[in-house]
Write a protein that binds this ligand. Structure first.
Ligand code: 1HN
Length: 348
């Protein structure tokens, strides 16, 4: 009889496994550790995209093809640890988008929800579900799931923003649909500012709830409103040790996040202030709107100025230091994680 050496045990097991695979089965014990790690270990890297680097390339893309040809003319922010994945973090898509003067990015709709953080507005517009809104620097514009949307610029300057989409979350569930409108632009049926009037004054219509399900009915959180609010809050008290001065964008219907999947917030970091270390299970992207920060991520430091974008992978220790008074827009998959009951954070 054969003695049970390590080799023949392994060989015997392998023979057994080989009989499982044609039957579409596999031994859990060979993969369990990978399926259920002790703690998160992101496959994505911390990174900074410099707008000074990206902008000339974006303008070159403007010469290469029209917004209509491209459908959306975007330079996707590819996490360097996962090139080709169209992901800035594990679950989020982000990119720099350009609309040239006179162009229209044609109307379509899809299951994925989108947000735009406007960098160079210059009078460009987005139309969402029959209403147009002018885009200005620092505005947060939201496109709810399955809402028709098109963008355009009737002025003589380019329009540039950062897109954030939850499309990888939707695709994970294999739940994605898309339709194209039979014309370039959708029909505008409401005056500009209508949804702001209906839902944006601490009031809401008696007759109906939002038509956008779990997404906020306010689709432009203008910087003209968010900045003074943040500045007054920042001027009135001490910054939080981990969060500095931060305000969340909320859905006025329920006080929850403005989007069902992507959490969004705006932070003021006073010059010279340094946050204490914090890490969380959400993958984050930071867009600097004003000033300059350095972000320490698991011990590596990244400097980001105006319109630069920083990727913060899940469960990465983060410290932010402001070298100038700074305002930073942040987005993450926290809204989805909270709904699933998996969000967790740790503070030092
Ligand atoms: C999209 O609809 C937009 O509407 C931007 O501006 C980026 C990336 C993937 C799929 C749809 C937009 C997108 C997108």
């Amino acid at each position: 009889m054969q003695t049970a050496t390590a080799e023949n045990v392994a060989a015997t097991r392998q023979k057994f496994y080989d009989r499982l695979s044609p039957r579409a089965m596999a031994p859990l014990w060979e993969v369990l550790k990978g399926l259920v790690p002790d703690q998160p270990k992101s496959k994505f890297a911390p990174h900074v995209w410099k707008f000074a680097d990206a902008r000339p390339l974006l303008m070159e893309a403007g010469d290469l093809l029209t917004a209509e040809e491209a459908e959306r003319r975007v330079l996707v922010l590819e996490n360097p640890a996962m090139p080709g994945a169209s992901r800035i973090t594990a679950t989020m898509y982000a990119g720099y988008q350009l609309i040239m003067p006179g162009e229209i990015a044609p109307a379509h709709r899809h299951t994925a929800s989108a947000l735009r953080m406007v960098l160079e507005g210059n009078g460009g517009y987005t139309a969402v579900a029959g209403e147009r809104t002018e885009m200005k620097r620092g505005d947060l514009v939201i496109t709810p799931a399955m809402a028709w949307h098109d963008h355009g610029q009737e002025n003589h300057k380019p329009v540039i923003w950062v897109d954030g989409l939850d499309l990888h979350m939707v695709n994970f569930y294999e739940a994605a649909f898309m339709d194209h409108f039979n014309d370039k632009s959708q029909i505008v049926s409401k005056p500009e500012g209508f949804s702001e009037s209906e839902f944006g004054s601490g009031m809401a219509p008696m007759s109906h709830r939002t038509p956008f399900g779990q997404t906020s009915p306010i689709f432009n959180y203008t910087y003209a409103k968010s900045r003074p609010a943040l500045m007054q809050v920042a001027g009135a008290g001490e910054p939080d040790a981990h969060l500095a001065h931060a305000l969340r964008y909320i859905n006025p219907q329920d006080g929850g996040w403005a989007m069902p999947t992507i959490a969004t917030w705006l932070t003021q970091f006073p010059k010279g202030f340094e946050t204490k270390p914090i890490r969380a299970t959400d993958g984050q992207a930071m867009v600097v709107i004003e000033g300059e920060i350095s972000v320490e991520l698991d011990g590596k430091t990244f400097t980001a100025g105006e319109s630069d974008v920083v990727a913060v992978p899940a469960w990465t220790w983060k410290k932010v230091r402001a070298s100038k008074d700074a305002v930073v827009f942040q987005m993450s998959d926290r809204a989805a994680q909270e709904k699933l009951g998996i969000f967790r954070e740790e503070r030092k």
